[in-house]
Write a protein that binds this ligand. Structure first.
Ligand SMILES: NC(=O)c1ccc[n+]([C@@H]2O[C@H](COP(=O)([O-])OP(=O)(O)OC[C@H]3O[C@@H](n4cnc5c(N)ncnc54)[C@H](O)[C@@H]3O)[C@@H](O)[C@H]2O)c1
Length: 311
């Protein structure tokens, strides 16, 4: 199959590309704003398109010419803070380019078998209800969350109105190799890993009791492959997570065990907008055959062993 991954040079996209390259022709479209060409050095230059997903005419022409079987749309402003600082710009990338991609496929790509949109647990906001269910009341707290919600709803609507085979996945806290720890707003596990590796103090924002549903990157890849193979997922939205929650303090203890050492830590004021508890209901994906293969210990162990040798 011919697959296009927008944002394919980033953390999640590079793992999807590495998985699908075995049996498929994989193209990546990425402007390298947060991703790295080196993440996907197994993709040759003919299949790596360095371009902005907002370049509408280019993207439309690409869809027209290549007739992809699968489009996985990940390219986005991924930093919540950046969307708060610059909501106009982020809505162009996160909503307009999604709509344009959907429209280009509707008009020019009769071969499309699946369009996957990367949504986020952020859409739920700070609602109390746990576990988070797709039908739950949602309460977006940032432009990022609204933009992700708009993208997934457009994907759903394009199935309803035009029968486009779309699926949206609300990713919870994904972790694994190649997640970039450079920003204070990066995935918390990549930051904790960097601190342990470099023997630097770690800062908990709040009391460290906040919980998250951390999903290992290989389980995310498994879920995407299942959704691609399953027509019953057309027009649907799913939580992509493990269905379990763990606190940051507990995670810190796991790091101590795996690294066989400790580092100092401190507590700072909670960050505004940070949610207290997060955990997903994953019945929807389970019904399609998804079963997380990694619990937090096996996922962290694999991740940390990789990162020890990587840098
Ligand atoms: N990592 C998580 O835990 C998580 C959770 C929820 C949702 N998501 C979503 O998953 C997707 C992938 O996230 P990630 O963690 O791999 O982030 P990432 O920053 O590693 O990857 C994003 C990729 O998109 C590219 N990109 C950004 N703007 C672009 C543009 N205008 N044109 C072309 N390419 C562009 C970047 O260069 C990068 O390679 C995003 O849509 C993100 O919102 C991630």
């Amino acid at each position: 199959m011919k697959i296009l991954i927008t944002g394919g040079a980033g953390f999640i996209g590079s793992h999807l590309a590495a998985y699908f390259i075995n049996d498929n022709e994989v193209f990546i479209l990425d402007n390298l704003s947060t991703g790295h060409r080196s993440n996907v050095d197994f993709i040759d230059d003919a299949h790596f398109i360095e371009e902005d997903v907002m370049h509408k005419s280019f993207v439309t022409e690409l869809i027209k010419q290549k007739q992809f079987d699968i489009v996985i749309h990940l390219a986005a402003v991924v930093s919540v803070v950046e969307t708060i600082n610059n909501p106009i710009n982020s809505q162009s990338i996160n909503i307009d380019s999604t709509l344009n991609l959907l429209e280009a496929n509707r008009q020019y790509n009769a071969k499309l078998k699946k369009f996957i949109f990367a949504s986020s647990a952020a859409v739920y906001g700070n609602t109390d209800e746990l576990p988070k269910q797709i039908e739950t009341f949602i309460d977006p707290e940032s432009p990022y969350a609204i933009e992700k919600y708009a993208g997934e709803q457009y994907a759903k609507l394009y199935n309803k109105l035009y029968d486009l085979p779309t699926t949206a996945l609300r990713f919870f806290n994904v972790y694994g190799p190649r997640q970039d720890p450079s920003s204070p707003y990066s995935g918390v596990l990549s930051i904790m890993d960097k601190k342990f590796k470099n023997d630097e103090p770690f800062t908990f924002f709040g009391d460290g009791e906040q919980t998250r549903d951390f999903v290992y990157i290989k389980d995310l890849v498994q879920a995407v492959a299942i959704v691609i193979d399953n027509e019953a997922s057309n027009g649907k939205i799913y939580n992509l997570a493990t269905g379990t929650q763990i606190s940051l303090l507990q995670i810190f203890e796991k790091f101590k065990l795996i690294y066989n050492k400790s580092i100092s830590y401190q507590f700072a004021e909670p960050r505004s907008g940070d949610i207290k508890h997060s955990c997903a209901e994953i019945k929807g994906l389970e019904a399609l055959g998804f079963k997380p293969q990694y619990d937090i210990v096996s996922g962290l162990t694999e991740y940390i062993n990789y990162s020890k040798t990587d840098k």
